[in-house]
Ligand binder design. Structure first.
Ligand SMILES: NC(=O)C1=CN([C@@H]2O[C@H](COP(=O)(O)OP(=O)(O)OC[C@H]3O[C@@H](n4cnc5c(N)ncnc54)[C@H](OP(=O)(O)O)[C@@H]3O)[C@@H](O)[C@H]2O)[C@@H](O)CC1
Ligand SMILES: Nc1ncnc2c1ncn2[C@@H]1O[C@H](COP(=O)(O)OP(=O)(O)O)[C@@H](O)[C@H]1O
Length: 490
């Protein structure tokens, strides 16, 4: 983002002070919707760098907008001051907005305001908070005032592991410039922010897009380009035959959910390889789906006719399932691996390192750590997934609110869809069924993982508009509608 900043200043003949003005304006536009009462008591804490410069410009713009009770506090714990910060203080001092210089943290302890704007330190953070800065953050967090941070909460690092003992400001809202920070997508970011909004400040988009970065935030237009419409004169054979090796006596529902998701995502044919005890349930619940009864006599040839094979949901970790997994690995065709298949792999390192190239693994955090050891934080977990994906030509779908899809080319696609209403059992089984259906329909493993993850979350988002919770079965039924809508708006 700093490069984009410099590039925009150089190539769009915009000065850095004007870029700061644009950033402040973009902030104020969102702020006005969040805090519409012009009588609100607003305290703006400004640092000495460009983040503080933004805060000073915001104070002036809020005064322009007739916010009547804006007070600025200038934090002066450091020696330097950025040029644009100096310019903005000069502009502000021409107005009647009160400016108080803060030399000691304790003044912040008793600030009386309805809203506090945090513009102390932004993306320039280059070391952990210490001394007075850390004390100010503690006081702000104790104020019980709504906190809105400019670009990034003070003390929060934009990339890299988030400290276990985060000591920065906890913001209710962060209004972030041009692109979200990668660390916003790590679950540990809850220590620093509740929600974020990204605002366009006019940085050169072509330049940003041309920058090499392994981080890609999946967008709806990318998904619309990936998604293939059903073809004229097509028939069930056109869309592949998917096999789900899933289900056990007490977890047959997982197999049914996966199979149903596979069917609704458009596989031409879906078969479930399940124990004899699941046949009645399958035939009753999903008459469109076929069964391959699971027993130890299944020959390798039994799997030849399938264009995509998933293994794991509700499978069980018994010895016979371990043997079956070994058989599937030996087919040397890409697999989709989830749940119990991952648990078996965590005990069978030999199999893990023999997985067919382009296989897709869909672990949640615990499954991932069982495979590759404990990780201190999500940043480290994603680093391991990136490394393993490259080294072994595998795709990792590291599941969470924001799922990270790590590809063999080193790219990490961050999925923006999905919501907490979806946090319930069976949701992962559905994701496996969706991805498997896409592989059966000849999407590449990478595209199936990116597209499947997006569709799964998007269906959940659509349902959550009207529901407090969303069940896995509801997501399944929503999928065809979600796909249709995405194609319709193309
Ligand atoms: N590119 C964009 O998108 C645009 C960005 N804009 C804005 O600029 C912001 C970035 O500004 P910035 O580079 O001046 O850094 P900022 O965060 O104000 O920090 C200032 C100084 O603090 C210091 N410091 C660091 N860590 C510290 C610590 N732990 N404890 C104490 N001190 C610490 C460090 O100085 P040092 O101590 O290293 O001398 C650093 O230089 C960005 O977030 C956005 O708001 C917009 O205006 C326009 C478009
Ligand atoms: N808070 C959340 N926000 C978005 N998606 C969520 C959330 N909680 C769970 N999910 C999604 O639900 C799925 C849960 O997978 P998993 O834990 O394997 O479930 P299960 O084993 O019950 O099927 C993942 O795809 C995950 O992304």
């Amino acid at each position: 983002m700093r490069n984009a900043d410099a590039y925009t200043i150089k190539h769009q003949s915009i000065s850095s002070i004007n870029l700061m003005e644009k950033a402040a304006k973009a902030f104020v536009k969102v702020f006005k919707k969040e805090v519409s009462n012009k009588e609100s008591k607003i305290s703006i804490l400004c640092g000495q760098g460009n983040n503080g410069g933004d805060g000073l410009a915001i104070a002036r713009l809020l005064d322009d907008e007739n916010y009547k009770n804006v007070v600025v506090y200038l934090i002066t714990f450091s020696t330097g001051q950025s040029e644009d910060n100096k310019k903005n203080i000069k502009r502000l001092l021409k107005l009647k907005v009160p400016v108080t210089i803060i030399k000691e943290a304790k003044i912040v302890k008793n600030l009386q305001s309805d809203v506090l704007i945090d513009a102390i330190l932004g993306s320039g953070l280059n070391k952990p908070l210490q001394g007075d800065y850390a004390t100010v953050a503690t006081f702000v967090n104790g104020l019980k005032t709504k906190v809105i941070s400019v670009d990034v909460p003070t003390g929060f690092n934009s990339e890299g592991g988030i400290a276990e003992k985060y000591n920065g400001i906890k913001a209710d809202l962060t209004i972030c410039f041009q692109r979200p920070k990668i660390n916003f997508f790590c679950p540990e970011s809850v220590k620093a922010l509740d929600k974020f909004k990204v605002v366009d400040i006019g940085l050169d988009e072509n330049f940003i897009e041309s920058q090499k970065s392994e981080w890609k935030l999946t967008t709806e237009s990318e998904i619309q380009q990936l998604l293939k419409p059903r073809k004229n004169f097509s028939h069930k054979g056109t869309y592949g035959h998917a096999l789900l090796v899933a289900g056990n006596n007490t977890t047959m529902g997982a197999a049914l959910l996966s199979a149903s998701a596979c069917l609704h995502t458009g596989a031409g044919l879906t078969t479930v390889c399940l124990p004899q005890s699941g046949l009645t349930a399958l035939n009753t619940a999903l008459p469109e789906v076929m069964a391959l009864p699971r027993n130890q006599y299944l020959a390798m040839e039994a799997f030849d006719r399938f264009s995509a094979i998933a293994v794991g949901p509700g499978l069980g970790v018994e010895e016979e399932n371990e043997e079956l997994l070994e058989k599937l690995v030996n087919l040397r065709k890409p697999l989709v691996l989830d749940a119990d298949a991952l648990t078996i792999l965590s005990q069978r390192g030999d199999l893990l390192y023999e997985l067919p190239a382009q296989s897709i693994l869909t672990p949640h955090m615990k499954e991932f750590d069982r495979l590759f050891g404990e990780h201190k934080n999500w940043w480290k977990r994603v680093e391991t997934a990136k490394r393993e994906a490259i080294a072994r030509d595998l795709i990792f779908v590291l599941k969470n609110q924001y799922t990270f899809v790590c590809l063999p080319n080193g790219n990490v696609h961050i999925n923006p869809t999905g919501n907490p209403a979806m946090a319930s059992g069976g949701m992962g089984d559905v994701l496996t069924g969706i991805i498997t259906a896409l592989v059966a329909q000849s999407y590449s493993s990478a595209d199936a993982a990116i597209l499947g993850t997006y569709l799964h979350g998007k269906a959940g988002d659509e349902l959550a508009k009207e529901r407090f919770t969303v069940s896995a079965s509801q997501v399944v039924l929503q999928i065809p509608k979600t796909m249709k809508k995405l194609l319709a708006t193309d």
